[in-house]
Design a protein around this ligand. Sequence first.
Ligand code: ZN
Length: 122
Amino acid sequence: MAAILNRLQSFLQRARARLNHWLRPPYRTVIARDSLPKKLKRKTIYVVEDDGFEEQAAMLCPCGCRRVLHMNLLPDERPCWRLTRHRDGTASLHPSVWRKKDCSSHFWFRHGRVEWCRQIDT
Ligand SMILES: [Zn+2]
């Protein structure tokens, strides 16, 4: 009986975490012409465009460390991310974003939401 209750409890915890993930508002997508604003806002992904080309995406690290993450979108430079803008105004990045130093945040950014792979600094 205890085993069944434990499994039920763990199922409910996972279901609640999933629901909270989708109930939170997604990141806003902001197009920045030519350059990034000096101060970036939380829960916002900036897409820097120059001459109609998407050059980079930038956001504050979602772990809260306040570092600015820059993701190159130009295909002839490495590393390179692909940005997809969705009809609902959200964006996705491919592949995942992984900081190899400092906070070591590792996450996917899909439909304006952060899906953690790994986060040491919590
Ligand atoms: Zn961080």
